[in-house]
Write a new protein. Structure first.
Ligand code: PMV
Length: 371
């Protein structure tokens, strides 16, 4: 039997992060943070945002959120969290409420969130309605801003490793997958027995041991439907609790992580692609076998999958797909075949997209502090 070793010692609760009275603090922090695409999926959670299995992802480059956080002394003393939120330049009270709840939930880690007035402005590089999960980029951008704010006010978190670990931990509390966006290229979140430094509490960077072919991998996102998802990710995670296949699924995720890491270390793109496609279809199979059952794929999702497989067979080019918790297709391929597959993308895939919309993306360098 595998003994599950857990690094549960990290505790960021800190009653010292309180601004002394009379010292007016004001300032501004700003981060650009990317989305990521999971190769082994996190699906099913427990406790406070803890994953049922370890996941690994590519950090993306072109799908990102930019967040500016301005702060000064609290204006409205009668509220716990005092903030205004602007999304794409417009006041957004619904998002503001979500962020207030999130700030309240982490106020034992950052007590100063109850002492300040915040004006937060956020902008995505992709349309909000594009069906692209923005929680990873938006929650990681917000968490990075909070850590920068801590650093600015209290002079803490000066070491980059320490800073990112905390930012990943805080991101996880907002959205599990966001914990992985903190790191460039490739990240693992969740305890995986074969890698001691992995943890359920935060992600770790993991590109150094991975073959360089994956450091510049492409992940083009084809928008099959821009509609709002019928079942949210949090509802989907919750449905895993009573899913008959949950337990074998978590064992399978472990096995797949083992084999995927070998393929990625060796630069074996065929083995990599096979595992990643199976993993995407498993995610959707878990949705179909939940109770109530649901399907997020659309007819054009299946059509695109068939075309990708057919093209791969005929052309012998190593193009594979993955899916998020939605209908859109992510096309994965190495940089050296970029030119060869553009005609296939333009002629066969783009016509299946809603309004012909797709986002060419690739493995990226991680979040960037702005200004
Ligand atoms: O981070 P959440 O709670 O939105 O869940 C993300 C789940 C998947 O995107 C389907 C998989 C993953 O690991 O990112």
């Amino acid at each position: 039997m595998r003994i599950k070793w857990q690094n549960m010692s990290v505790d960021y609760k800190n009653s010292k992060l309180v601004i002394e009275s009379g010292i007016l603090k004001e300032g501004r922090v700003s981060w650009k943070s990317p989305s990521n695409i999971a190769l082994i999926k996190y699906w099913g959670k427990h406790g406070v945002q803890l994953p049922r299995n370890a996941s690994i992802s590519f950090t993306l480059q072109n799908a990102f959120t930019e967040t500016i956080m301005e702060y000064n002394s609290q204006k409205n003393k009668s509220v716990n969290i005092d903030l205004e939120f602007y999304f794409e330049g417009k006041s957004n009270p619904a998002f503001a409420e979500k962020i207030k709840k999130y700030f309240l939930s982490i106020s034992d880690i950052f007590p100063f969130v109850k002492q300040l007035h915040f004006t937060i402005r956020s902008h995505n590089s992709f349309p909000h309605s594009s069906g692209i999960a923005s929680s990873a980029s938006s929650m990681s951008a917000l968490s990075l801003c909070l850590c920068s704010l801590e650093s600015q006010i209290f002079g803490t978190l000066k070491n980059d490793e320490e800073f990112r670990k905390k930012a990943s931990y805080i991101s996880r509390l907002g959205s599990g997958s966001a914990s992985r966006s903190i790191y460039e290229k490739i990240a693992i979140w969740g305890h995986f027995g074969e890698i001691e430094t992995t943890s359920d509490l935060y992600a770790i960077p993991y590109y150094e041991k991975i073959h360089e072919i994956f450091h510049t991998y492409h992940d083009d996102i084809f928008i099959i439907s821009q509609g709002e998802k019928a079942v949210s990710s949090s509802a989907g995670h919750a449905l895993m609790e009573d899913n008959l296949y949950a337990s074998p699924r978590y064992q399978q995720a472990y096995q797949r992580m083992h084999h995927l890491l070998i393929a990625m270390e060796q630069g074996d793109i065929e083995r990599f692609g096979t595992i990643v496609e199976n993993e995407a279809l498993t995610l959707h199979a878990l949705m179909m076998t939940s109770s109530p059952s649901y399907i997020l794929m659309k007819p054009n999702t299946l059509e695109m999958i068939n075309r990708i497989r057919q093209f791969r067979k005929e052309s012998q080019q190593p193009v594979y797909f993955t899916l998020d918790a939605g209908p859109n297709i992510h096309l994965l391929y190495p940089d050296h075949i970029y030119d060869k597959i553009q005609p296939f993308i333009q002629n066969q895939l783009v016509p299946l997209c809603e309004n012909g919309y797709y986002i060419p993306d690739k493995v990226g360098l991680g979040p960037l502090e702005l200004e």
